[in-house]
Design a protein around this ligand. Structure first.
Ligand code: ASP
Length: 230
């Protein structure tokens, strides 16, 4: 089987390449995004994901300073790490897994779909194994949801390793979600998995159902499927 080589371009190199392709650097603000920002400021910058800072991030827009880090965090405090404010209106990372006609597998996510993130935050999306993961001999997986929790469990890697051991995509995605909710019962998110035969499945938690799209091999059609969540 012919293998492809992958190159990841970041920063100035990525900008230069995009310019060569004909993309122009432009301001991506829209009236809608400006309006969202104005409303957010009026609501004391809520939702706001800062933790362990002063002044109280629920009452003030900052600037913030760190509180001394608590030495031993208990299970209750850990579970409070979940975003209470995450919902269908404020996040939607796009995750994609593709198996080409030569059997090469590729996966990727949009940088991150969460609104009102802390500047400089690195979520799960760009972390290999968390946001997405592929193995050319097995298949691939992608994840969406509360990234600060998800990235601790590498759910995409988990799902691909499960498929490597013979699990179906649905079982593999479900097992990845189960390993998270064991520690974070309030977790909101989903994992999608595809194997090199083209079988696919998904699992989710914290919402009612999770839709995902499948594109046919001849690129003529897209089917939207929905799985009920755990
Ligand atoms: N996983 C993303 C993050 O937490 C959010 C999303 O999936 O929309 O950064």
């Amino acid at each position: 089987m012919e293998r492809t080589t992958h190159t990841l371009l970041v920063g100035d190199q990525a900008t230069e390449f995009a310019t060569q392709l004909g993309f122009k650097e432009e301001d991506l603000h829209s009236d809608k995004s400006r309006d969202l920002y104005k409303q957010w400021k009026q609501k004391n910058c809520q939702p706001n994901y800062w933790k362990n800072v002063v002044p109280d991030p629920k009452q003030s827009c900052g600037p913030y300073k760190p509180k001394p880090f608590p030495p031993n965090r208990n299970k209750q405090e850990l579970s409070e790490d979940s975003y209470k404010g995450i919902g269908s209106d404020n996040h939607d990372t796009i995750g994609m897994v593709v198996v080409d006609s030569k059997g090469n597998v590729a996966g990727g996510t949009s940088t991150n779909g969460l609104n009102h993130k802390i500047p400089g935050r690195v979520g799960d999306s760009p972390i290999a194994g968390a946001g997405s993961y592929v193995d050319n001999d097995v298949g691939g997986a992608a994840a969406t949801g509360d990234g600060d929790v998800m990235m601790r469990f590498l759910p995409s890697f988990h799902a691909v390793m499960m498929m490597k051991s013979g699990a179906s995509p649905t079982i593999a995605a479900g097992d990845a979600i189960k390993s998270i909710i064991r520690f974070y019962p309030d977790f909101v998110g989903a994992v999608l998995a595809v194997n090199i035969e083209g079988a696919h499945g998904a699992a989710c938690h914290g919402i009612e159902k999770f839709p995902y799209s499948i594109r046919s091999t001849d690129y003529s059609d897209v089917t939207v499927l929905e799985v009920p969540c755990m």
